[in-house]
Design a protein around this ligand. Structure first.
Ligand code: SF4
Length: 338
């Protein structure tokens, strides 16, 4: 079955594979665009990534340029994509590549910061032609349906089983195409909620379609609720119209990005100020319930290394965290500043 399945999938991919900018370098793929694209595509949809990818390649056309750029410029370029750790990892990875060259083994790819098993397999198959199956959430869903796997795909034992299946199905010597084909099948046909089995090139091999269980698979464990933290942010306005931003420590959540500081950081009482905007910001593993308040400052302005007072029109040069942008927009609408 595996040979026939691979033949059907690859024939479909040859006809309908998506024309994406990072796929234009021929095979094997050029490592720099492939690596940047894989980093951007973690947790982010292709349609969202496309304009960021184009801008990034214009700003940092190769690993050497990226390695030499200041981190603040790298984070500013990433602004809006979220999960900034990916940008920091690309920056550090580019410095490793500039020093030692591109990896050519799975272990070599894994040694780059932020490159886990999925990315390493994707990049080693695409850029080095290694026979490695890239198994992310998309691929797990497709594989669980093809094999009729009933176990929850967030269980490690089930993932190991499906990764073994993926490697067994892989057509030797064509892993790069196979991985891209599985990606496209999951994105266009084997959709999470409504799989389009009627249009599927591998339907005749699919256990879930045969049993009418396609929409019920994959199984998952019930989700645990995310912890919620209350976070106060002060939009502090100086008499000359400047506002205060604080750079988060590199190793913290939103590390290296600029946020409105906690009122206590500016010597302000927590419940003081005018309520500007209250909202929830959702991270992968937690939520911040943010209370943003406006404070008109009088007297001497607190100054410290991680604080910066600047006019609202000048903040775009900094890498702003998403909640900062939201509060800034609310302040500009309310105060007509900018
Ligand atoms: S037949 Fe349906 S469930 Fe099976 S792989 Fe194709 S789209 Fe997915």
């Amino acid at each position: 079955m595996s040979g026939a399945l691979a033949a059907d999938l690859l024939a479909w991919f040859a006809q309908t594979g998506r024309d994406l900018p990072w796929r234009r370098s021929g095979r094997p793929r050029d490592p720099y665009p492939a690596w940047v694209a894989e980093a951007m595509l973690q947790q982010t949809r292709v349609e969202t990534v496309l304009p960021y990818y184009a801008r990034w390649l214009r700003a940092f056309p190769d690993a050497g340029t990226l390695a030499a750029a200041p981190l603040d410029a790298v984070l500013a370029q990433w602004q809006g994509l979220g999960y900034y750790r990916r940008a920091r990892n690309l920056h550090a990875g580019a410095q490793a590549v500039a020093a030692a060259g591109w990896p050519h083994t799975l272990a070599g790819w894994r040694a780059l910061p932020g490159v886990g098993p999925y990315m390493a397999a994707a990049l080693a198959s695409l850029c080095d032609g290694l026979d490695a199956a890239a198994v992310d959430g998309n691929a797990l869903r497709v594989l669980a349906r093809l094999s009729g796997e009933e176990g929850a795909i967030d269980l490690p034992a089930v993932r190991v089983r499906l990764t073994g299946l993926a490697n067994a199905l892989l057509p030797p010597g064509r892993a790069g195409e196979w991985n891209e084909a599985v990606m496209d099948l999951g994105a266009a046909v084997c959709l999470p909620r409504r799989p389009r089995c009627g249009d599927c090139p591998v339907r005749r091999h699919c256990a879930a379609a045969a049993s009418g269980r396609a929409a019920d698979l994959p199984a998952r464990r019930p989700r645990r609720p995310q912890p919620v933290e209350d976070v106060a942010m002060a939009v502090a306005l100086a008499p000359d119209g400047r506002i205060c931003l604080q750079r988060r420590p590199d190793d913290a959540l939103l590390g290296g990005l600029w946020v409105f500081p906690d009122p206590a950081r500016l010597g302000l009482p927590p419940a003081a100020g005018w309520p500007l905007l209250a909202f929830t910001h959702v991270f992968t593993h937690r939520r911040w319930r943010i209370d943003g308040r406006l404070h008109r400052m009088d007297g001497p302005l607190p100054e410290a290394g991680d604080l910066r007072w600047l006019h609202p029109g000048a903040v775009d040069a900094l890498a702003l965290a998403a909640p900062t942008r939201r509060l800034l927009d609310a302040a500009q609408r309310t105060l007509q500043i900018g």
